[in-house]
Design a protein around this ligand. Structure first.
Ligand code: PLP
Length: 287
C-alpha cells in the first residue's frame, strides 16, 4: 500500500512527494527531526516532542514553519489515513531550499523551512521480542559534535555505530567520551545498582530524551532512587541491570556489554517493571 505523506502543506502519495536538491538538509544536514510513537492509534507524549522540536529550531535559528501549530492535527491525520495502529510518525524540518548551495544561511524572509512527515507501520511495536531477550551492547568512542542536545539529522556517526555493533554480533553501541558513557546511538543509556538508576545528567553531551524524562519521573514515583551522574563501561559491566530508552524502543533491557554478561545475563526485574509502568502510563496519556 502506498503511504500518504505530508510535504510542505500537502498530503501526497509517497512517490509523488518531492524535496529540492538544494534543500539545506540534503546538502548540509541543516535540519531537525522528531520521532513520535503511535500505540493503539494514539500519539505517545506528543507535547514533549513538540516542545523539544521548538527548542531545536530555536537553538539553530531555523524559522518556525507556518504549520507549526497544526502539527498535532497533521500527525493525527497521517495516522488516520495510513491506518496506523502501532508505529511511528517521523517529522523533519529543515532550513529550506534557497535554490543554490552556500554556507551562509538563506534569508528566512524568502526561504521557507521544509516540512516533511511520514508514518512507519510497526504492528506490535510494544511487543518487541528484544524486550524479553534483551540487547547486547558494544562500546565505541563518541566522536560526534558538541551539541548533541539538538536533535539534528546529522546521523552518520550513530548510523556507523549501529553498523559496528552489527558487525560485532551486538544490537547497539554505547558511546564513550573521556571514559564516561554518553548515550546509545539512538537512545539514552542507564544502569541499575540495587534500587538506584544511574544515567548521565542532561547537558549538551546528550539528547534530552522525552522517554528519559518520563521514565525517571515514573521511577521516582515508584520509590526508586535516581542518580544523574557519569558512569564508566567498567561500572556498567558490574551493574545489576542496564537498559536503554527511546520513543520507539520505550524501555529495553541490556544483558551484555562488550561481551560481559550483566548479572545472570537475562533482562532484569526492575527494568521489566519500568517498561510495564512506562507503557501503561503512556498509553493512558496518549492523544
Ligand atoms: N539519544 C539519542 C542520540 C537519540 O537519537 C534518541 C532518539 O532518537 C534518544 C537519545 C532518545 O530520545 P527520545 O526518548 O526522545 O526518543
Amino acid at each position: 500500500m502506498t503511504r500518504t505523506v505530508f510535504v510542505n502543506g500537502e498530503y501526497l502519495p509517497e512517490d509523488e512527494a518531492k524535496v529540492s536538491i538544494f534543500d539545506r538538509a540534503f546538502l548540509m544536514a541543516d535540519g531537525v527531526y522528531e520521532v513520535t510513537s503511535v500505540l493503539g492509534g494514539k500519539l505517545i507524549d506528543f507535547a514533549g516532542h513538540a516542545k523539544r522540536l521548538e527548542r531545536s529550531l530555536n537553538e539553530l535559528d531555523i524559522k518556525k514553519p507556518a504549520v507549526f501549530d497544526d502539527l498535532l492535527e497533521i500527525h493525527r491525520e497521517l495516522v488516520r489515513v495510513n491506518g496506523i495502529e502501532d508505529g511511528l510518525v517521523y517529522l523533519q524540518i529543515t532550513r529550506g531550499a534557497p535554490g543554490d548551495r552556500d554556507f551562509v544561511f538563506p534569508d528566512p524572509e524568502t526561504t521557507e523551512p521544509t516540512v516533511v512527515l511520514f508514518t512507519q507501520n510497526k504492528p506490535g511495536l510494544a511487543d518487541s521480542p528484544a524486550a524479553k531477550t534483551g540487547m547486547k551492547i558494544i562500546s565505541i568512542e563518541d566522536v560526534r559534535w558538541g551539541r548533541r542536545d539538538i536533535k539534528t539529522v546529522q546521523l552518520l556517526y550513530p548510523s556507523m555505530g549501529k553498523m559496528m555493533a552489527k558487525k560485532a554480533g551486538a544490537d547497539d553501541a554505547w558511546m564513550v567520551q573521556d571514559g564516561h558513557v554518553t548515550e546509545g546511538t539512538s537512545n539514552n543509556a542507564y544502569i541499575i545498582k540495587g534500587n538506584t538508576i544511574i544515567t548521565r545528567a542532561l547537558s549538551n553531551d546528550i539528547l534530552h530524551g522525552i522517554t528519559r524524562a518520563a521514565v525517571l519521573r515514573f521511577a521516582r514515583e515508584a520509590q526508586m532512587q535516581v542518580e544523574e551522574r557519569n558512569f564508566t563501561i567498567d561500572e556498567a559491566k558490574e551493574a545489576d541491570e542496564a537498559f536503554i530508552t527511546s520513543a520507539s524502543a520505550f524501555v529495553m533491557p541490556v544483558i551484555e556489554i562488550d561481551g560481559v554478561n550483566l548479572g545472570d545475563g537475562t533482562p532484569g526485574a526492575r527494568t521489566a517493571r519500568l517498561r510495564e509502568i512506562y507503557l501503561e502510563e503512556s498509553r493512558k496519556a496518549a492523544v
